[in-house]
Design a protein. Structure first.
Length: 265
């Protein structure tokens, strides 16, 4: 899961030139340091680094700095693999909190469905407990994917029909499913009383920002699922959510289907 974003892109792209990795190296060092501190905290029965104090505050401030790692950088098509790796490190930093201390799960029940449900429940607990950290880190892989998708579409236009292999088709489908699930997950979470409104808004505003790019990559039927959920959320959510939801609706109600949308398996 931590490497999902980059593995999907490598599946689609295959090996290619890897450009200067200074941003990637800087981010990876900070993400690895965060993971090391979290592992030590878990062994000592403590909480992972928090945003309120010490090294955790410094690390999370760096790892959530979109201007430094994303907004100020233009990425050429030949640098897509590097960007994919950077997105993977961003996912790793966020998952550090969502998946913290999963050893606490009772694994005596060997039923896969029961174990999966237990993992999901533990992740929900972590989202509530570490919501301030997650609210800052979660937008980063979402924004990063928003930068990847146009480059991926450009790459696909360079391929001959016979080069759109079954493996690449599966990669496209997995990418589209990931986009759909991120949108549906955020919309479903609106109104959760255990997550503060300001934290919900941070994620929703980022999704509204990338919604046009995500919509262009999604099949029309996927967009319709998001549209239906966004309309329901619009009726039942506080006024603070209205602007972001309307932006998501506008993007998902667009019926134009080009690029990745047309490549649905």
């Amino acid at each position: 899961m931590k490497r999902l974003l980059q593995s999907l892109l490598f599946t689609l792209l295959g090996a290619s030139h890897l450009a200067s990795a200074s941003a990637l190296e800087e981010y990876a060092r900070a993400a690895n340091r965060l993971a090391t501190l979290s592992q030590a905290a878990q062994q000592e029965g403590k909480t992972p680094p928090r945003i309120t104090e010490g090294e955790g505050k410094e690390l999370i401030a760096l790892l959530s700095n979109r201007q430094h790692f994303l907004d100020s950088r233009s990425v050429a098509p030949g640098e897509l693999n590097e960007l994919s790796l950077l997105c993977g490190e961003m996912t790793k930093a966020m998952m550090n909190y969502m998946m913290f201390d999963l050893q606490r799960i009772d694994r005596s029940n060997k039923d896969p469905a029961a174990l999966s449900a237990a993992v999901a429940a533990a992740a929900r607990e972590n989202i509530q407990r570490y919501q301030d950290e997650i609210a800052l880190l979660m937008p980063m892989p979402v924004l990063c994917m928003g930068k990847q998708l146009p480059l991926l579409e450009q790459f696909l236009t360079t391929l001959k029909p016979e080069e759109i292999t079954e493996t690449r088709q599966r990669g496209i489908a997995m990418t589209q499913n990931g986009l759909l699930n991120s949108m549906l997950g955020a919309l479903t979470g609106i109104g959760d009383p255990s997550v503060r409104e300001e934290n919900q808004l941070k994620m929703l505003n980022v999704l509204a920002e990338v919604a046009p790019v995500y919509a262009a990559a999604l099949p029309l039927n996927n967009r319709s699922y998001i549209t239906a959920l966004a309309r329901t959320a619009l009726l039942n959510s506080p006024p603070a959510f209205t602007d972001a939801l309307l932006r998501i609706l506008a993007a998902m109600e667009n019926m134009e289907c080009t690029g990745l949308c047309r490549r649905t398996p």
